[in-house]
Design a protein around this ligand. Structure first.
Ligand code: ADP
Ligand code: IOM
Length: 342
């Protein structure tokens, strides 16, 4: 393996922080599960338009390759190496109101967390047998959920192309063939051991074995962030009784991409902002002030359509779930106000 060089136009965190010295110091290290620097950086080396460009293979990767990962983590999350993550998902004394009671701006609200099972390597290096074993364990737990969360698991293997496309177009299912995940090893043996669980009205969903082993999702039409978050917490409380997740005292929930450490939570709205779309400076200043992120309507690495944007909390580590929720709540409130008076 030789030191990768990046064209000057590359903006990934990998290209920013992987110095030749760091590369030389880390290139021969290997975690107990066999994860190497080469594997960690492959996605960013092959995809120059990556925003981050690195993935982990297991919890140990974050310690062994800390000289690289910690720089990226500090820059992305503002979380220094001496900090410790804290969790708090109790919103009972929060007075979140419906963000868009007349339904003029917000189309839908979604809150997801990423989770990976303790005792398994992450998806980047998990074996096919382990992936199937993990899928079975997870499905056994999800099938026991009751009440509003009750639903069914649909494996990707054997799902018709038509059903798959419908679920993707309706924003319920992950896409196929993501080149960033492909380079990271996360699409190996596609579609084996992957699938989606959802309740009957598709307000609670679990993706199995995509970028993270689990993406636990609560979503619905409109802007009721509180209701969406509370449903997610109810589901997490139930699932955590049966599954134990990979968690570090320092970094919180372990995820395959460092952007998702900590809370591993992304709370988003799909929101129509035609006036702000034409006033980019104002739009960006609100996004920056409230620590938000803009994505396109079909998820990461896609464009907005018809002035509808995916707005979410950018910080996930070093803030609690409640603080991340405050970022999105106050930020979206400010965006709507700015759109209204523009
Ligand atoms: P993740 O949120 O897990 O990081 P993506 O950004 O790729 O993943 O989004 C996954 C899917 O979730 C996409 O189809 C995207 O359109 C959909 N999505 C995200 N936020 C919302 C939302 N607020 N309402 C409806 N769909 C959403
Ligand atoms: N989380 C991950 N999909 N992403 C940040 C990849 C990247 O663009 O580097």
């Amino acid at each position: 393996m030789t030191y990768p060089t990046f064209p000057p136009s590359t903006t990934s965190y990998l290209s920013k922080y992987l110095t030749k010295e760091l590369f030389e110091a880390l290139k021969d290290k290997k975690t107990v599960n066999g994860f190497t620097l080469d594997m960690a950086i492959k996605s960013g080396v092959e995809n120059l338009d990556s925003s981050i460009g690195v993935y982990a293979g297991d919890e140990e990767s974050y310690e062994l390759f800390a000289p690289l990962f910690d720089k990226i983590i500090e820059d992305y999350h503002g979380f220094g190496a001496n900090k410790r993550h804290k969790s708090d998902r109790d919103i009972h004394n929060k007075s979140y109101k419906e963000l868009d009671s007349k339904g003029e701006y917000i189309l839908s609200t979604r809150v997801r967390v990423g989770r990976n099972l303790a005792g398994f390597p992450l998806g980047t290096i998990i074996s096919k047998e382990q992936r199937y074993e993990l899928e079975q364990r997870v499905v056994d737990v999800l099938k026991e959920l009751k009440g509003e969360l009750e639903g069914e698991y649909y494996p990707l293997m054997g799902m018709s192309r038509e059903t798959q496309n419908r679920l993707i177009n309706d924003h319920f299912l992950f896409k196929e063939g993501d080149r960033f995940l492909e380079s990271a090893g996360l699409n190996r043996d596609w579609a084996e051991g992957r699938g989606i669980f959802h309740n009957y009205n598709k307000t609670f969903l679990v993706w199995v074995n995509e970028e993270d082993q689990l993406r636990i999702i609560s979503m619905q039409k409109g802007g009721n962030l509180k209701e969406v978050f509370e449903r997610l917490v109810t589901a997490l409380d139930a699932i955590e009784q049966k599954l134990s997740f990979s968690y570090s005292e320092r970094l919180g929930y372990i995820s395959s991409c460092p952007t998702n450490l900590g809370t591993a939570m992304r709370a988003s709205v799909h929101i129509k902002l035609p006036k702000l779309a034409n006033n980019i400076d104002k739009f960006n200043s609100i996004i920056k002030k409230y620590h938000l992120q803009i994505r396109g309507v079909d998820g990461e690495h896609t464009q907005s359509k018809g002035a509808v944007f995916d707005i979410s909390n950018r910080r996930r580590l070093g803030v609690t779930e409640v603080e991340a929720l405050d970022d999105i709540y106050s930020g979206v409130e400010a965006l709507i106000e700015a759109e209204r008076v523009s």
